[in-house]
Design a protein around this ligand. Structure first.
Ligand code: 13P
Length: 258
């Protein structure tokens, strides 16, 4: 049984004061809650301060992106070792906004995965189809390719450090979330692909988060859908009164108690 994970991707929002206040608010409320893993994902420039605000709490801090190279003359980039140095414990890779606004390829995403693992950071690998691809019934082909290429060369012993996030592009920031059935279907499919890449046990252990217009109104239905192990929340993670109810969404099935 997989533990639920709820992460807030702040994207390019907030300022220093707002970031610190939000992190402190999440920390205060999550406190010693142990039945859900909670994380926040601030912009690079606020990472150190947010990580400090969360120090000693179970709330994890992650980065939204990472450079595909380890160090050196790459002006404007931030490498995995730096993220780790300032207190991040994971990074998102392959977010749809990176793929579609900045043209990141599966190969680039794979390099980023490798750099994170080399630096001892965990990975949240994001995959998801566009509306056009869904309409053309290419969802499975697209997410299978993103998963397979994104994980190329990743050894089985690194798998406990990998989480997958299914984020259909058409659901991100649109208010049009995937239905619990749609999310389940793709998650189940991804788990099958993963099982083929590794094995059944690894695929049963893999956590797959759903992202795309998750809100307090739809969180419980989505989080309780089969094969959905958590949420990656954008807009609703920017305010405590919308993020906390998602973290605290009631459960319909028994889950791991550590
Ligand atoms: P929204 O929750 O704003 O749709 O964003 C989802 C997302 O992209 C999280 O990474």
């Amino acid at each position: 049984v997989r533990k639920r994970t709820v992460a807030g991707n702040w994207k390019m929002n907030l300022d220093a004061k707002g970031a610190r206040a939000l992190a402190e608010g999440v920390r205060a409320r999550v406190g010693t809650k142990r039945d859900v893993d909670v994380a926040v994902v601030p912009p690079f420039v606020y990472l150190a301060e947010v990580a400090r605000a969360l120090d000693g709490s179970p709330v994890r801090c992650g980065a939204q992106n990472v450079c595909d190279r380890a160090s050196g003359a790459f002006t404007g980039e931030v490498c995995a070792a730096m993220l780790r140095d300032v207190g991040a414990s994971f990074a998102l890779v392959g977010h749809s906004e990176r793929r579609h606004v900045y043209g990141e390829s599966d190969e680039l995403v794979n390099q980023k995965v490798q750099r994170l693992l080399e630096s001892g950071l965990d990975v949240v690998l994001c995959v998801g189809e566009t509306l056009e691809e869904r309409r053309a019934k290419r969802t499975e082909t697209v997410v299978a390719r993103q998963l397979t290429r994104g994980l190329a060369g990743v050894a089985a012993d690194a798998l406990p450090r990998i989480t997958v996030a299914y984020e259909p592009v058409w659901a991100i920031g649109t208010g049009q979330n995937a239905t619990p059935e749609q999310a389940s279907q793709v998650h189940q499919y991804l788990r099958g692909v993963f099982s083929g890449l590794y094995d059944e046990a690894a695929s049963e252990a893999l956590r797959i988060q759903y992202g795309g217009s998750v809100s307090p109104a739809n969180a419980a239905a989505i989080l309780n859908a089969p094969d959905v192990d958590g949420a990656l929340v954008g807009g609703a993670s920017l305010k405590l009164d919308t993020f906390l109810p998602i973290i605290e969404a009631p459960r319909a099935r028994a889950e791991t108690q550590p």
